[in-house]
Design a protein around this ligand. Structure first.
Ligand SMILES: O=P(O)(O)O[C@@H]1C[C@H](O)[C@@H](CO)O1
Ligand SMILES: Nc1nc2[nH]cnc2c(=O)[nH]1
Length: 296
């Protein structure tokens, strides 16, 4: 397509990566702001800086390291993006989401998307985790959807369904694993709304989003989920509530990126155990994940 992220470009990147490592991951993890620690928990890791990967965009945001890490989580081969791309960085939306298509071409079956988000639901507290059950694609309302442009049927259909975007079984698994790990008190399931950023929301905007049915607000994930679903990947997504959206004109609170990164640190280890335990328990149709190696 006109942004240069067509099938051939994605294939070139995937083939380059496949030639660099014998790991054949069935799960990909995208780390949200301040959540890069997830990637550090991979064993036997082989890491690539984004600048060394052909056709890969660069991370420009503090808290997004810009490394693609292959390794094992509880023995299961995974690939992890330590750093994602956002609309506000100025990248075309097709470029932001190209890694999902590259994952598909690597043989990945499931993507786990994580983000830092502002809590709109009055019951949510800073440090809570929200399993995403649905989204509101605000930029999409204004004609900004990653699937705009010519459709390549090799990836998926022109008009993909989104009512089943966030896999029901994986959400169930997350609730189960969360309970087992004792996270019940701070885990929720809710609706994530994406905005373009980079400015945080006004009070009136937060009030409006809450009334529209959003439980958390952020600047990512939805575009990735749409492209991942389009090419048939299973999607699980979660938000770490790093700050409470300001809903009250008397409040002294101010959203800021430092607080976002700080909250990420507090929950980093717990999120890593949630994700790795989920990965360990996931079943995939084609082959056992333990067989996800080649040449060994
Ligand atoms: O990549 P995520 O969605 O976790 O990043 C959020 C949204 C902004 O990039 C940043 C604001 O603090 O965190
Ligand atoms: N849009 C948005 N993104 C965030 N990322 C982390 N916190 C927030 C927030 O309050 N609003």
């Amino acid at each position: 397509n006109k942004n240069g992220y067509d099938y051939e470009k994605c294939k070139e990147t995937a083939d380059w990566l496949l030639a660099q490592t014998t790991l054949r991951p069935l799960v990909a993890v995208v780390c949200g702001s301040g959540l890069g620690g997830l990637g550090d928990s991979l064993k036997d890791a082989v890491a690539f800086n984004y600048q060394d990967i052909p056709n890969f965009p660069q991370s420009t945001v503090h808290g997004h390291a810009g490394r693609l890490v292959f390794g094992k989580l509880k023995g299961r081969p995974c690939v992890c993006m330590q750093g994602r791309f956002h609309l506000y960085e100025g990248y075309p939306i097709q470029k932001i989401t190209a890694p999902m298509r590259i994952f598909k071409l690597l043989g990945v079956k499931t993507v786990i998307l994580t983000n830092a988000a502002g809590g709109l639901n009055e019951k949510y507290k800073v440090g809570d985790v929200m399993i995403i059950k649905d989204h509101i694609n605000m930029p999409g309302f204004a004609g900004c959807n990653p699937l705009m442009g010519p459709n390549d049927e090799r990836f998926g259909t022109r008009f993909p369904c989104m009512s089943d975007a966030y896999d029901r079984e994986l959400r169930q698994l997350a609730r189960h694993v969360g309970d087992e790990l004792g996270f019940g008190d701070f885990m929720h399931e809710g609706v994530y709304c994406v905005l373009g950023g980079p400015s945080f929301e006004t009070i009136a905007e937060c009030r409006m989003l809450r009334r529209l049915g959003a439980d958390a607000v952020g600047m990512s994930t939805v575009h990735e989920a749409i492209v991942a679903r389009h090419c048939g990947l299973r999607v699980f997504a979660l938000s770490l509530i790093t700050n409470q959206a300001v809903m009250d004109y008397d409040s002294e609170e101010k959203a800021n990126h430092q607080e976002v990164l700080q909250t990420g640190k507090v929950r980093s280890e717990q999120l890593a155990s949630l994700v790795s335990t989920m990965v360990m328990s996931m079943k995939h149709d084609s082959g056992d994940m333990l067989d996800g190696m080649c040449g060994q």
